[in-house]
Design a protein. Structure first.
Length: 217
């Protein structure tokens, strides 16, 4: 079974968590795109959705789903999103698609966060995938120097501007033994808007698609 088929299988498993006629939080990325496509194909009845990115908002509108601003939606029952990495404690690295800040905001607003991944995303320790950090543009060099002091190797993601008008540093070679502590440390650097560690608010459920089954953590 190829990776695309596994992504669709994970997306299908997430549908079981979605309440009909509810307001659904929807993340960003290729696995989430499979999830949105399934909602459209099956004409799953939603009251509305809250999107974590402009790209997802466009995809939701294309299948006829009303998209609300989070300020108008209030608390939401469920958020579904993918991840670039997950460990066995449901700590995640996200932000490969540069939507990490809005993803983290919508995850925080949701009563339950269901993460959908294929088996390649499950790792014994986070950090092989470079950790994205969203930074206010004027602080890019300052933040990079501070990250070097933490043992990371920050690389500017050239040509990428987030939906919030900021830039991304991808940080390699971090030894992420305590994801929650590192998440907090990075957030305390002036100029950092958000980082891609989801450990202070981890996923509540991770659905891992394998060829033979869906594993649930």
């Amino acid at each position: 079974m190829d990776q695309n088929a596994l992504k669709r299988r994970a997306a299908e498993a997430a549908l079981a968590f979605v309440e009909e006629n509810s307001i659904l939080g929807v993340g960003t990325g290729s696995t989430v795109n499979c999830f949105i496509d399934l909602i459209g194909e099956r004409r799953f009845p939603l009251k509305a959705a809250v999107s974590s990115s402009k790209a997802t908002e466009a995809r939701l509108r294309a299948i006829g789903v009303e998209v609300l601003d989070l300020n108008d939606a209030g608390p939401i029952p469920l958020y579904v999103d993918g991840a670039d990495e997950t460990d066995a404690k449901r700590h995640l690295i996200k932000g490969g698609g540069a939507a990490l800040t809005r993803e983290k905001i919508v995850a925080q607003a949701a009563a339950k966060f269901v993460c959908i991944v294929d088996q390649s995303k499950l790792v014994p320790q986070l950090g092989k995938f470079p950790l994205p950090v969203e930074v206010i543009p004027m602080a890019r060099s300052l933040v990079a120097r501070e990250i070097v002091k933490l043992g990371g190797d920050p690389v500017y993601r050239e040509g990428v501007v987030t939906d919030n008008g900021n830039v991304i540093l991808d940080v390699w070679h971090l030894d992420i033994v305590n994801p929650a502590a590192l998440e907090q440390t990075l957030n305390n650097i002036p100029g950092v808007v958000c980082n891609g560690l989801f450990a202070l608010r981890p996923a509540d459920v991770v659905l891992i698609a394998r060829p033979e089954q869906i594993e649930q953590i």
